[in-house]
Every structure is written in C-alpha cells, then in structure tokens.
Design a protein around this ligand. Structure first.
Ligand code: ADP
Length: 220
C-alpha cells in the first residue's frame, strides 16, 4: 500500500536578487514496509524535501499525499492536523519540551494527536529503550537518549509515516545501530520511513536510497 506520494516538488527561495532552487522537480513514492534513505551533499535540498513532505513547508510546485490524502496547498492548521494524525517527524533539534519529563512529552504528543494510540507511553518508552529514563527531564539526557525520546514522541500516535532528519548525527556507533533497528521495526509493522542521512550504515540498512544533487534526484 502506498503511504507517501510526492510528485514533482519544486521549492525556490528568494533573498534580494538571489534565487535559490532548493528542489527542482523531486518525486518520491514510498510503500508501507519500506525505509528510504535520502542522501546527498550539503545544500542539495534534503532538509527542504523533508520539510515539504512533513507539510512544515509548502512547495512552490508539485504536491504531497499521505495515505492518499493531499497535504499540499491546505491551510497551515489543516496541515498541522494531518501531520498529527499521519506523520511522525524526527528533526535534528530534538522535539522535546524541556519542562516535561520524557513520559510527559509522550503523553502530551498523544493528547494532541488524533489517532487512538496503540501503545501506552510506558510501553513505547520500553520499545525505544528508555524505560529507565521515563521520569527524566530532557536536559539530563545524553544525545542518544534525547534522540530516542524524540523518536518516542514522533511515534506517540502510531503514524503510518515517519520522517527523520539525520537521526544518528549525534550518537555513537552502538546507539546508531539501535536506532536503525527501531526505524526498521516500523517498517516490519507496515509503516513507511524516510530518513535523511549522511551515515553509510543507515543508507545500507535502507531498502532504497534516493540521492539528491542540486535539488534533483540522481542515480549516481
Ligand atoms: P541540505 O539539507 O541537503 O543541506 P537544504 O534543503 O538545507 O539542503 O538547502 C537547499 C538549498 O536551499 C541550499 O542552497 C540552501 O542554502 C537553500 N535554503 C534552504 N533553506 C533556505 C531558506 N529558508 N532561505 C533561503 N535559502 C534556503
């Protein structure tokens, strides 16, 4: 079953007389059970693509649909609502609220989401290997723990699509392997994962690798 469909995405940025073509017609199709790695040099458009797929940014051309529902060219409030229901987003800056404990962060994500959560927060934290840090506050977490806590928040509503931007950038080799296993576990349950990465290990674990060069997909 198709989870994510992105068709001919274009994104331009203007500053003064300068125009940057961040995306120049990127299409992507991801099935349930599939993990796709997006790789490419710095400035090739990876983060822009992920933001457009998440509905955090609006492309200037093309469209994105998740589970057959169009996300593009809708009011921001509607995109936020659809993201809460359909998409888990794991960004480089961990999406944790500092004044809440780890489990408090998961609970608040579930409170804002629309899906009936399949896991209770403690079970979810168990799955990401954070049971022992349930009541810890974000400022006391290591880089790897913060990433796993952010993953638990991203998965709080059991979304069909998980989008992750460089999730293993801050973690050691062992934690990277554990994160890869967690991402793959989503796909074995039928979910779709798109992960922007510089890591050869993450790319090797993915079912498919998409390379971006100058805002276009490349076979290189
Ligand atoms: P990557 O994630 O592959 O490093 P980005 O998607 O961040 O690439 O950026 C792609 C291009 O778009 C770069 O040339 C970058 O400078 C430009 N860009 C990204 N965001 C903005 C923005 N908000 N304003 C202007 N230019 C931007």
């Amino acid at each position: 079953m198709t989870i994510l469909e992105a068709s001919e995405l274009y994104r331009f940025y203007h500053s003064g007389d300068d125009e940057t073509f961040a995306l120049r017609g990127v299409s992507l199709h991801v099935e349930g059970g599939e993990m796709v790695a997006v790789v490419g040099p710095s400035g090739s458009g990876k983060s822009t693509l992920l933001n457009c797929l998440a509905g955090l940014d609006e492309p200037d051309g093309g469209w994105v649909a998740v589970e057959g529902r169009r996300l593009t060219r809708r009011p921001e409030t509607k995109r936020d609502e659809m993201r809460g229901e359909l998409i888990g987003v794991l960004l480089q800056s961990a999406n944790l609220l500092d004044h809440l404990s780890v489990i408090g962060n998961v609970r608040i994500a579930q409170a804002f989401g629309k899906r009936a959560a399949l896991s209770d927060p403690a079970t979810l934290l168990d799955e990401v290997g954070l049971r022992h840090r349930t009541d810890a506050f974000p400022s006391t977490l290591s880089g790897g723990e913060a990433t796993r806590a952010a993953l638990a928040v991203a998965l709080a509503n059991n979304p069909p699509l998980l989008l992750a931007d460089e999730p293993t950038g801050e973690v050691d080799h062992e934690a990277e392997r554990a994160l890869i296993d967690l991402l793959l576990a989503r796909t074995s349950r039928g979910g779709a994962v798109v992960v922007v990465t510089h890591s050869d290990e993450v790319a090797a674990a993915a079912h498919r690798v998409v390379q971006l060069v100058d805002g276009r997909t490349s076979d290189a």
